[in-house]
Design a protein around this ligand. Structure first.
Ligand code: NAD
Length: 248
């Protein structure tokens, strides 16, 4: 058993890797030695992967195309020869009060935040089984465990992510594959700042015991730990990274 954070010779897929938390995750995994397949619908992912080094590659792909996910995973597997780590990071937040939630925004949220991550995990875990090793990490949210105003679709999708994380952990554990979720508090990315700004952000920070939001690097650090050999006994967990918000 290796107690190491090194990801040397490992291949990781990171979705939503062109910006925000996903870009920080890709940077930390590469720094730990991994080759990263960076997936995003934003075409800048190609150049960002090029700059990342260590044979990383960008893939322009819209995760709403759930029928094409198997093809995407086959392509990445063909390009790299193996898949050791899947980071389901891409997500959207369409925030509407309960009375105004639209079917289109509900469905888009479920497809991107819940359906695509599950089927990516399905396809990757089947390949990981063959080598009896794998790490699957799903970026959920504090919204998976608490209610947030205007977040009905988002909260529901993230609670679903935590739920399938546990089932994959139970079914795939015997094959050397662990599956965990990470649930951040607000992070000041494009997604985070769109809702949490001004007085609303200050009020939220005042409810967090550490009195601040999380940085992208702090979330990426938690991902790095769960991606490592060292975390091999952690399986089916939802690591809440929220400065203590949900404990009070
Ligand atoms: N920022 C926060 O406050 C916060 C808090 C908790 C959890 N999260 C979660 O962290 C993850 C990353 O969020 P972020 O803040 O970095 O968001 P972001 O909007 O800054 O970045 C998301 C990235 O995902 C990509 N993406 C979105 N939809 C896609 C699709 N259909 N196909 C392919 N790529 C797509 C975007 O192009 C973008 O590059 C999300 O799952 C989000 O729900 C964020």
């Amino acid at each position: 058993m290796s107690h190491s954070f090194s990801l040397h010779q490992q291949v990781a897929i990171v979705t939503g890797a062109a910006s925000g938390i996903g870009l920080a995750i890709a940077q930390q995994l590469v720094a730990a030695g991994a080759k990263v397949a960076m997936v995003d619908r934003d075409s800048t992912v190609i150049e960002k992967a090029h700059q990342m080094g260590n044979d990383s590659r960008g893939y322009i792909f819209d995760l709403m195309l759930v029928d094409k996910l198997e093809e995407l995973i086959k392509q990445i597997h063909g390009d790299f020869g193996q898949i050791d780590i899947l980071i389901n990071n891409a997500g959207i937040g369409i925030l509407e009060p309960v009375g105004e939630v639209k079917v289109e925004s509900w469905n888009a949220t479920m497809l991107i935040n819940l359906t695509a991550p599950f089927f990516l995990a399905q396809h990757c875990s089947l390949l990981m089984q063959q080598r009896r090793y794998g790490r699957i990490i799903n970026i959920a949210s504090q919204a998976s465990v608490i209610a947030l105003q205007d977040h009905a679709a988002y909260c529901t999708s993230k609670a679903g992510v935590v739920s399938f994380t546990k089932v994959i952990a139970a079914e795939m554990g015997p094959f050397g594959i662990t599956c965990n979720a990470i649930s951040p508090t607000v992070v000041e990315t494009e997604l985070g700042k769109r809702y949490w700004h001004g007085e609303r952000a200050e009020q939220m920070k005042n409810k967090i015991p550490v009195r601040r939001f999380a940085s992208t690097e702090e979330i990426a650090g938690a991902v790095l730990y769960l991606s490592s050999h060292t975390a091999g006994i952690i399986n089916g967990e939802n690591l809440v990274v929220d400065g203590g918000y949900s404990v009070i």
